[in-house]
Design a binder for this molecule. Sequence first.
Ligand code: MTE
Ligand code: MO
Length: 164
Amino acid sequence: MSPDQAHDPLQPHSHDPNPDPPGDDASFVLTTPAGEQRRLTPHDLDRLPQLSLENCTIVSTGHGASGPFTFSGVLLRALIESVVQEEWTEAEIISGDGFGTRLSRDELEDSDLDGQIILATRIDRRPLTRQQGLVRLIVPTERDDALRQVKWIAQINIRNRLSG
Ligand SMILES: Nc1nc2c(c(=O)[nH]1)N[C@H]1C(S)=C(S)[C@@H](COP(=O)(O)O)O[C@H]1N2
Ligand SMILES: [Mo]
């Protein structure tokens, strides 16, 4: 692996999870395939339909699992559909501390309840604190090492791979 790949936030390797948020600002920027940018806050997410996912476990490399928690927030797919008009194939989710993951549109449109992927603003029915990850991606089916449970989302980049 080259040094570049080692630092790619979308190819995270197992590592000690960062306990400290990268600043207080919980807003993030969504970029559409056309390059338009929109800054969104947790308050903006509260205005979309809310969903709760029970029985979510954060499997924490090195120090076991935490949970189960009930995370609540908005479907990532619904947020994307509310902002993006054009064709898209994937979403990159990148945190303020340089962590991240990539989700295909197929994963985001999976209607299996356990596979629903949300941007969480609440944990166990209370507001997520910044320390707890506000705004946090929850991928319920990922129960290996929490590499997709991205805390402190700073950027969401929507891409269309088909347009080359
Ligand atoms: N932004 C960000 N999110 C992250 C991480 C991180 O370092 N930064 N670590 C991941 C890993 S490896 C783990 S095990 C969990 C830990 O989650 P917790 O701090 O809620 O226990 O967060 C995941 N999400
Ligand atoms: Mo982890």
